[in-house]
Design a protein. Sequence first.
Length: 285
Amino acid sequence: MALSSDAPFEPRLALASLSGESDAAWAREGAEEAGVAFMGGIALDEAARAAARDLVARGRSEFLPPDPIQFVDEQLGALSSVPIRPGINVRSTALEPIRAVAHVCRRHDALLELNAHCRQDELRTVGCGETLLADSDRLGEYVATAADTGATVGVKVRAEVPGVDLPSVARTIEAAGGSFVHVDAMDSESVVADVVDATELFVVANNGVRDEATVAEYASMGADAVSIGRPSTDPRVRERVRDAVDRLLPTDERTEGGEVVRFTSNRPGPDGDESPTSIESVDKS
């Protein structure tokens, strides 16, 4: 379990990315309850974007801006005055786009989350998503490339992938310079404890987080934080989970004059614009 001083976000509640939905406006709505919002996922290179277009063709919501790196820059910039740490979840089959987006994340003090989680056939066919879990050399290279820029880097992973040992994957992430791992436990919640025991990474537990009972379960396994997935758009769920997090997952908040000090970015967004960037334009070419 990570030491509180190493925590990449406070409070210990994350909003997990929702494909084609998690933008700056979504993050802004959850800022009162969460410590970080992982926007995205964003397909960075042409292979990943082609797979995302195929997903859109069969009715899935995806982000497909004309320039994904610029889009990330604009989305992160739109949160510059919002009291939540921004994060971005990305997919790529190539190193250079990962390096480029990591530089953007470092500039905005945002968390970069590499996607080793998505299981759609279109993404797996091109080598994205959960295929990385069984390719430790490639995953390690992705993490090292991003971490070498000075960005804070982690990976979202999935349990119950045949032949994949998640504690071993976590050790690969840590050895490559990663700082956190975001574990979708599926129906194997105990894997969170296995990952916690395997490394010093900051462990974010995901799947089924709805209330105090689910937060307590992951806290008992040593998770450093929890994340909300689909219910992240429901303020009642966010508030309920935040209350539980405050009680069950200690934070690294500091006080000045009796008031809690939370993360706030003072960097201006692109062109000084603090409003969220529109995502209605979708590239379906």
